[in-house]
Structure formats: structure tokens, C-alpha cells
Write a protein that binds this ligand. Structure first.
Ligand SMILES: [Fe+2]
Ligand SMILES: [Fe+2]
Length: 178
């Protein structure tokens, strides 16, 4: 494409789609874990259910894109299934605010991740980039909603969010390759 020369690094879009689908899948598992623990119809549950609906949409879109582009999902899907649910359930068991701190931490990393991907893609793949741009805006809304709902007042917020962010970075790194 434009200006590309042999030897230039081109974005590996299959790997990018693989990690994005894994992330959206993980998000639905985290929220499933939280919803299993939190009292139904509490304000926190309602907020999480709403965010989860958007994650389902993100996931469905990346699933469709993977199918048309014949990209395989990460082999770690079964791990993210269990680990995502466990993270969601564990944070919700701590408190509603800890559940919000989890979203705050996860979406902070996802925002960074999607921003980097958009930089890397440039004008290479407008269809994929449009999805990433749209979803990134929604992830930022999730982060802000979680902060408004008291994420930072969670007990041990700095340690909790640092640990979750580190786990996200690890999951992102692994899902790109495996
Ligand atoms: Fe999402
Ligand atoms: Fe999100």
C-alpha cells in the first residue's frame, strides 16, 4: 500500500484481531463473574449489565471479522474464560467499589492497547480501524462510569488496580502470540 517498501514492518492484522477478540471475550467473562456475585438490580449490577451488553457487541463484531478473514482465535480462550470470570467474581466479592476498580484498571489498559493499534494501523485497514476507534470510545465511557461509581474509593485501590493492569498487559502479550 501507500509508501510501503520491502523491509518495512507491516502491522500483523491477524494477531491484532486475535488479541482484540480475546480481550472482548475476557471482558464479557469478567462482567459475568461480577454479575454472578452482585445483588441483582443494585445500581452496580445495572451499570455492569449495561457495559456487558456493549462488550457482547464488541465481541460479536470481532467474531464476525475473524470468520470473514479466517483468523483463528487465541488458544488461550479456555484460560481467559476461567481467569476472567474469577477476576470478576473476586473483585465483586471484595466490594462493589472493587468491582468498579477492576473496570477502571482493565479499561485503562484497553485504551492504551487500542490507541497503539490505531497508531500502528494508520491508513492500512479502515474497516478494522473504525471498529477499534468506536469500541475504544465506549471503553473510555466504561472507565469513566466506573470512576464515577466510586472505583477510587475501593480499599487498596492503588495495589488492586496495579495488579489488574499488570495481569491485563500479560494477557494481551500472550494472546498476540498464542
Ligand atoms: Fe469492549
Ligand atoms: Fe469495556
Amino acid at each position: 500500500m501507500n509508501g510501503w517498501r520491502p523491509g518495512d514492518r507491516r502491522p500483523d492484522r491477524a494477531s491484532m484481531l486475535r488479541v482484540d477478540q480475546a480481550g472482548e471475550y475476557g471482558a464479557t467473562r469478567i462482567y459475568a463473574g461480577q454479575l454472578a456475585v452482585l445483588r441483582r438490580n443494585s445500581p452496580a449490577s445495572k451499570l455492569i449489565a449495561r457495559m456487558n451488553g456493549q462488550e457482547q457487541r464488541h465481541l460479536a463484531r470481532f467474531n464476525a471479522l475473524m470468520a470473514t478473514r479466517r483468523v483463528r482465535p487465541t488458544a488461550l480462550q479456555p484460560v481467559w474464560n476461567v481467569a476472567g470470570f474469577a477476576l470478576g467474581a473476586a473483585t465483586a466479592l471484595m466490594s462493589e467499589r472493587a468491582a468498579m476498580a477492576c473496570t477502571d484498571a482493565v479499561e485503562t489498559e484497553i485504551d492504551r492497547h487500542y490507541s497503539r493499534q490505531l497508531d500502528e494501523l494508520g491508513d492500512d485497514d479502515p474497516e478494522f480501524a473504525a471498529d477499534i476507534r468506536e469500541f475504544r470510545a465506549e471503553e473510555l465511557e466504561h472507565r469513566d462510569s466506573a470512576r464515577q461509581a466510586g472505583a477510587a474509593q475501593a480499599l487498596g485501590y492503588p495495589v488492586l488496580t496495579a495488579a489488574i493492569r499488570a495481569a491485563c498487559r500479560m494477557a494481551i502479550g500472550l494472546s498476540k502470540r498464542i
